[in-house]
Write a protein of this length. Structure first.
Length: 454
């Protein structure tokens, strides 16, 4: 077999990539000043900007977006007449959650059992390194054959829409012939996968009030309405007996027609405890890629330690609803709000506030860019063919880009395969996946340039 010089170059660059990823992971870049100081995100943005300048990018800028976050932008000019490819990643991360549950410090890249652990290692600081590796390999092997734009977002995990609104106000900034979103992942390690669909998301905060103040549960319990109990009733109404999402008026019976996700594999990937049933009906693929899914992601309640015998006067929760392609997120928000209000018991006062939203996305996998990517994945993953899957998560920017640039082809790849445990404790990235996907992206840029010349 003929050696692949791009693959050889990427392999030689992996030690440098590990050192750089360690530097980037060290920034506690959670885009919420209530969690970590804003200076952490600003420092990460400055690091990304510096990396682009080092690679020869022009017009490098740290953009102040309307939600208070910063996105980093730069352009690497290609040959005259070459197509333009936009490469996307985000440098902000999810909070580390329970730091004591991490086997190594969350903001210290640590190698263990062949994987690199750290918050953002896969989602999505590793994605930015993937872009850098691909470009470095091309520069070492004849040059980058396309004009490349890079945009690194600073608040993707918060869903506050800063970059979307900035792009809408500056529509010429991110124009491209094709867009590679480096923020999804393979179906599993070693199986090259493009993501064809993303579920949208709406995030609501619901508050229930019943009393002017907390009361002694012995003196008033049994007649005084407990706001926490009322909230629990409301939240329980969002699921059927089998655990399926149940929001009145919202369809939940769509069928996924792509890659099958065997239930046994899902139980392993999700680390479901022995004897615990999966929730919902239909195939696993139906449930996580084609149907709505509700999750209570936060609830204010008295902690067990230090709890007093009190009836709660008020309680609140944050509810996330994932919305599949084909369903309108704004309409789903209205239906969820109406459901929460209708199912609040005992005449309790209820207030529902939307705090985040993103639309679902469906890619056109018949486009020429997907043919170029399929060929590239054969190079990055010898002996494997490109697979097409869905993803239950949301990337709100995708729909903004699709609306702004309707002729642009959008592809979604990335490092967040199931073993990466993104958003959970002990997030990690497979260095082999980083290497192979960097090779893939480099070949894609070559293939895409050739297809445009032809």
């Amino acid at each position: 077999m003929t050696a692949d010089p791009i693959a050889e170059t990427v392999a030689s660059l992996m030690p440098r990539a590990r050192a750089e990823l360690a530097e980037l992971v060290a920034f506690r870049s959670v885009a919420d000043p209530a969690v970590f100081p804003k200076s952490e995100c600003e420092a990460a943005a400055a690091w990304v900007a510096g990396a682009l300048r080092t690679e020869g990018f022009q017009d490098v800028a740290v953009l102040d977006t309307p939600d208070g976050s910063q996105s980093v932008y730069g352009v690497l000019p290609g040959p005259e007449g070459a197509p333009t490819v936009l490469l996307y990643a985000h440098y902000d991360v999810q909070p580390p959650l329970d730091e004591a549950a991490w086997l190594s410090p969350p903001f210290e890249l640590t190698e263990r059992d062949g994987r690199w652990y750290g918050r953002g290692a896969a989602d999505c600081k590793g994605g930015f390194l993937m872009h850098l590796l691909a470009l470095r390999a091309l520069k070492a092997n004849g040059g980058v054959p396309v004009t490349v734009k890079v945009i690194a977002e600073g608040s993707e995990e918060q869903g506050t829409g800063g970059l979307e609104r900035y792009a809408e106000a500056h529509p010429d900034l991110l124009t491209a012939d094709t867009i590679v979103i480096g923020d999804t992942g393979n179906f599993r390690v070693g199986l090259p996968t493009v993501t064809a669909t993303l579920r949208g998301m709406t995030l609501l905060r619901v508050r229930v009030d019943t009393l002017e103040g907390n009361l002694h549960s012995g003196q008033f319990g049994g007649a005084a309405p407990d706001a926490l109990a009322a909230l629990i009733r409301v939240l329980d109404s969002l699921r059927a007996e089998d655990g399926s999402t149940r929001v009145e008026g919202l369809a939940a019976d769509a069928v996924w027609e792509g890659l099958d996700y065997p239930e046994a594999d899902f139980r392993t990937d999700a680390k479901v405890l022995d004897g615990v049933e999966l929730i919902g009906d239909g195939t696993v693929s139906d449930r996580i890629w084609a149907r709505p899914s509700v999750t209570v992601i936060g609830i204010d309640a008295p902690p067990v330690v230090g709890a007093t015998p009190s009836i709660q006067a008020g309680a609140r929760a944050t509810v996330s609803l994932r919305v599949p392609p084909g369903q309108d997120t704004a309409e789903a928000t209205k239906l969820l709000t109406a459901h929460l209000e209708k199912h609040t018991p005992w005449g309790a006062r209820v207030a529902v506030e939307q705090i985040g939203q993103g639309s679902a996305f469906r890619a056109d996998t018949s486009s020429p860019a997907y043919a170029a990517m399929a060929e590239a994945m054969r190079a990055g993953y010898p002996g494997q063919e490109m697979q097409t899957a869905g993803q239950g998560g949301s990337i709100p920017l995708c729909n903004t880009l699709a609306a702004l640039y309707p002729s642009a082809e959008i592809l979604l790849i990335g490092l967040s395969e199931p073993a990466a445990q993104i958003h959970a404790v002990n997030e990690s990235v497979s260095p082999e996946e980083l290497e192979r996907l960097s090779v893939t992206e480099a070949h894609f840029l070559v293939n895409y340039a050739e297809s445009k010349r032809g």
